[in-house]
Design a protein. Structure first.
Length: 390
């Protein structure tokens, strides 16, 4: 079997979007003075879909949501020529070709995300070619079904947040992730607002339910060190991305305080990036995203590394490409889950592009043994609400 073609298309959402509430999520831009909305560069309103076809007609689907137009250019210009004409079963060789050929300027960020998208499509082909779901090629079914946590609760009116939490508590979710709205730039008022929002959610979900707290790189080390003792009473399962991804020593200092487990990884890339996080004990929960970190080829290796370090893997953002990694290892106890909503930040946009994503049932997800590859097809229902760049 040989790869015959690689097609990368950008799906630009032109449909309805929900305008964000102010301070709906602390983020890395909060500390930079600007007159634009600080989360504006952290939107996922475009998504690049990769379709790789083999000479015997199998089509594999991959996807990338980081800088999708740039990712397309990297795939078209650099990665496609490296894999066309090659055997997809030589996936490690192909991964190393893409990684090393772009090493001078790739390694992390959008190049690794582009490599991930190609790698996902290759693994989709491998599964389809032997009529097996991808998780069966990685280690098989390690769970009867996958526990998942509800992920949204962006900072808005506290009563609205409580109603949202109640609605999904009633649907059987046993774990929730909420977003802080404030960070160092918002001074003591922001501290009080952050604490009030956690208290409000705990009032609804109680303490028999996991609560995770998301900073999305919006704090800094000094502020996080002040906040951790104030948050401890709420017994969070983890505090996510309190500092920017490059501040690995900051992560390690916060994790070493042993007040609240620190999580991160959605903005880290490659096996080596995670070796560094683990060697420095920077995180207590690893959260790579398989469509960023280097695809399934890289994520599978990181799963083994995390198993050896006894650090759980709970991949960022859910989605099928992550669920196969969670299903195939005991090192990954749970998945993130974004329910389908009107398009807001865009974390939910994949629901409008693909069919086949599992819908949570009572806080669990199921992958089928009889659906080959990643298990996704392109959805036609919303195609008229996308502008597609081929
Ligand atoms: O789901 C996450 O972990 C994310 O970081 C999504 C981002 O949009 C803000 O939370
Ligand atoms: Mg996050």
């Amino acid at each position: 079997m040989k790869i015959k073609s690689v097609r990368a298309r950008v799906f630009e959402w032109k449909g309805k979007t929900v305008p964000p509430q102010g301070n709906f999520c602390s983020n890395a831009m909060d500390l930079v003075y600007s007159n634009t909305e600080s989360m504006s560069t952290f939107r996922f309103h475009s998504w690049t879909v990769v379709e790789i076809e083999t000479d015997d007609g199998i089509i594999g689907l991959g996807n990338v949501a980081l800088a999708p137009k740039v990712a397309k250019a990297i795939i078209d210009e650099y990665l496609a020529p490296l894999v066309i004409g090659q055997d997809p079963w030589d996936y490690e060789y192909l991964w190393q070709r893409m990684y090393r050929a772009t090493h001078a300027w790739g390694r992390k960020g959008v190049t690794m995300a582009a490599i991930s998208a190609v790698d996902l499509a290759i693994w989709d082909i491998l599964g389809k070619s032997v009529n097996k779901p991808v998780f069966k090629l990685l280690g098989g079914r390690t769970k009867e079904k996958i526990p998942c946590y509800y992920s949204k609760l962006y900072r808005t009116d506290l009563k609205e947040m409580q109603d949202e939490a109640q609605k999904f508590l009633d649907q059987g979710f046993k774990a929730f992730k909420m977003r802080f709205g404030y960070g160092p730039a918002h001074l003591q008022d922001g501290v009080r607002e952050n604490l009030k929002s956690v208290e409000a959610i705990r009032e609804v979900i109680g303490y028999d339910t996991d609560l995770m707290l998301e900073c999305y790189m919006g704090w800094n080390l000094e502020y996080a060190k002040r906040m951790l003792p104030k948050l401890a009473r709420f017994e969070p399962r983890w505090l996510e991305e309190p500092v920017i991804a490059d501040d690995i020593d900051g992560y390690a200092e916060l994790n070493a305080m042993n007040i609240i487990p620190i999580s991160g990884g959605e903005h880290e890339f490659s096996l080596y990036g995670f070796k560094q996080l683990l060697d420095k004990k920077a995180v207590s929960v690893v959260q790579y995203d398989t469509n960023r970190v280097g695809g399934i080829t890289a994520a599978h290796k990181i799963n083994a590394l995390c198993e050896a370090y006894s650090v759980p893997v709970i991949p960022h953002a859910g989605q099928m490409h992550n669920y196969h990694l969670t299903m195939s290892t005991l090192a990954s106890p749970m998945a993130e889950y974004f329910p389908i909503f009107d398009v807001e930040v865009g974390n939910e946009l994949f629901w409008y592009i693909f069919d086949g994503e599992p819908v949570a049932d009572n806080g669990f997800l199921q992958l089928r043994d009889d659906v080959p590859g990643l298990g996704l097809t392109l959805k036609t229902e919303y195609l008229d609400q996308f502008h597609i760049i081929d």
